[in-house]
Design a protein around this ligand. Sequence first.
Ligand code: NOJ
Ligand code: CA
Length: 726
Amino acid sequence: MKKCIFTLCLFLLPLWGGRVGLLYSIEKVESPSLNLTAYFDVQEGRPVYWLLHKGDTVIRPSHLGLTIRGEKGRTDFNDFGTKERPTEEVNGLLSGFVMTGSERFIHDSWWEPVWGEERRIHDSYHEMLITLTQPAKERYIQIQFRLYDDGLGFRYIFPQQKNLNYFVIEEEQTEFAMPGDITAYWIPGDYDTQEYEYTRSKLSEIRAIQENTNKANLSTTTFSTSGVQTPVLFKTNNGLWMNIHEAALVNYSCMHLNLEDNHVFTSHLTPDIDGTKGHIQTSATSPWRVIMVGETAKDILASRIVLNLNEPCKIEDTSWIKPMKYVGVWWEMIAGMRDWSYTWDFPSIHIGVTDYSKAKPHGRHGATTENVKRYIDFAAKYGFDGVLVEGWNIGWEDWFGNEKDFVYDFVTPYPDFDVEGIHDYAKSKGVKMIMHHETSGAIRNYERWLDTAYQFMRKYEYPAVKSGYVGNILPIGEHHYSQFMNNHYQYCLEKAAKYHLMVNAHEAVRPTGLCRTWPNLIGNESAQGTEYQAFGGSVPNHTTMLPFTRLIGGPMDYTPGIFENDIHKLNPNSHSWCNTTLCNQLSLYVTLYSPLQMAADLPENYERFRDAFQFIVDVPVEWDTVYYLEAEPYEYVTIARKQKDKNAWFIGSTNGYDPRTAMIDLSFLPAGQKYTATIYADAKDAHYRNNPQAYTITTKTVTSKSKLRLFTAAGGGCAIKIVPKQ
Ligand code: NOJ
Ligand code: CA
C-alpha cells in the first residue's frame, strides 16, 4: 500500500577548501497540485522566504535565522567555574550567509494512524532543502521546506561540524510577514497558560485589546501586549484561511508570535530559567514552522500537515493503546461540591510526616471508596470504558505550599480510598480505572517518583494517567513551555510507553502532532476546557473556535457533557453558569475530536435526562472517516463522522451566539439505502442562559439525498445518530 517516490536533484554541496559554489537565483518549490509556491532567496546575506497561493501573496518576503551565544563550541562555555555567560554572537545564525546548496525531493505516501479522525492519511509534498554557508565562520546550516497542497512547513537543521557543536539560542528570528491588516483569531502570548478565550480582531487591534485586558490584570506571564500563541487562525482580506503553528516540538522551546510593525509576526521562544531560549547540541533540528493555507475554513479542519510533519510511530506494539470514553470523580470537585483533599489539617506537612489516619476528615472528600464505586456502577451500566478519580492520593492539603517540591508521592492513597478494593470492584464490572497525577508543577518531585508511580499503575491495571501541572513550575523560574519542560513532558510520555501506559497531560505545552510518533499521548488540555463553566462560565462560542485552533496540534481532553447549567445547584456558594444548551454539549462529542472523551457531569444529572444521555452512551471514540459540513470559526461548526468498522454516522453542529439553522447535507451517506436518523435538537425557545435544557428528540427516515434544516439556539447545537433502517 505504501508508495514512496524520492527524486533528488543536487545542485551544489557545502564544501570547505575551495569548492564553495554560490547560487544567485531565487529558488522556488511548488506544491503537488501547484496551488502553493514557496520562494527562497538570500538578500544581503540574510535568508528570506515568501509564499503565494495561486499567485496571491499569503506570506510577504520574511527573514529567517537565529541569534545565538557561544557558537564556538563547548569549551568556550562556562565549564570552568567562571560566572560569565557566553556572549551573544554578532549576527549569529542571522546573516553573512551565502546559498551553497539547493536540493529537491518529492514524497508521496499513505499512512495509518493508531487512532485518529480517519483511517488513512495522505502525505504528499515537494521538498526544497537549502544549504546556507557562513564563509566568515566556516560553518553551514540548512533550511528544509516542505510544500503540501494544504500548507508550508519549514525547519532549521543544524548539522554537527567543527564550528557548530553547541550553542545557546538567544532568540529565533523567524518572520511571518502577513499580507496586510488581516483578521486574526487569537489568544494572548503567555509562557504558562493557554486557558484563554479567543478574540477575533484585525491585526492592528491586537495590541490595544491586550493593553485593556492587562489593565484588568487578567494575564499573568504575558511577555508583550502584541504576543499571541499558536495555533493562530487568520482570514485574509481576499478570503483565504491561514493558520500558523509548529509541528514536532521536541527538545526545543515553544514558539509564540510577536506582532511587530507592518503586520510582521516574529517568533518569540519561551525563555528558560536564565532567560535564554534553549540549548542546542548538534546535530539538531528546530521544530517545523507551519503555515496552513485553505480556500475555506473547512480546508483548515481537513489539513493533516501537522501530523504529516511528525515522525512515524516509534512504538512497535501499539495493541495496548485504546481510545476510551470515561466518567469520573471530577466535576463534583471542580464545581466546589466536594474536595480533592481529605482533612482540614493544613498544611499536611510532607510525605511521611502527616499521619492521615489520625487526621480529622472534613467530610467533603470526593474520592471515597463508596463514591468511586457509584461511578464504577454507572460506567458499567452504560458501557463506559473508564473511571477517572482525582484526589485519591495524599498531599492535596499542601499543594500550594512553598515546599510543594515534596508534596505528592503518587502512590499513597487517602485512608478512605481503598485502592485494592476499587481495583477488584472495577475489574469485576469490566471497567478500567484512570489514574490522576497532579504534579502541582513540581517537576523534580514528579520525575523522582515517576517509575514508582507508573509501576503502581501497572500493579493496579490503570491503562491511562491524567497528569496535571497547575501552578508555577519548580524549579522556580522555569515556565510551562520552555525547552526544559517540553523535555519533561516528552520524558514522561516515552517512559509511559515503556510501561504501556497512555498519557493525558493537562496544563502541558500545546500539542504539535507528536501523537503520530507517540500515540500513547491520547489527550492534552492546553486550552480553556469545560472546567471554566464552573469557574464563572466560558463564552458560548468558545467551542466553535477550538477545532480551528487548539485541535490543530492534537486532540483535547475538553471534558464535555454538562447537562446541569446551574452550578449553584451543586454548590450553594457558586454562581457559575454553564453557557451552552444541553444539545450544544451533545454536539461536542463529534465536533471536538478526541480518542478520549469524558461524560463530565454527575450520574444523577444524566439519569434526569436519560433520553438525551443516550447520545453520549451511543457516540463512539473510534472513527473511519470525517466529513466537514459547515465551518465558520467563532460562529458555528458542523461535522459528521463514520464510526470505525460500523455502519453508523454521528453528526454534531456546535453553535455560537446567534441562533441559526444548520444546513446538514447527508450526501456523504452511501446511496441507495434508507437510514434512521435520531435527532437531538434545541427546542425553538432554547437559549444557553434562559432555557438551556429545552430539547426535542425525533427520528426520521433519511437517504443520501436528504438535507436536514435544524434550528440551533444561541449557545446551542444539535447531535444526530444515523444507522441503516431495519
Ligand atoms: C486542572 C485540570 O485542568 C483539572 O482537570 C484538574 O481537576 C485540576 N487541575 C486538579 O488537578
Ligand atoms: Ca486546566
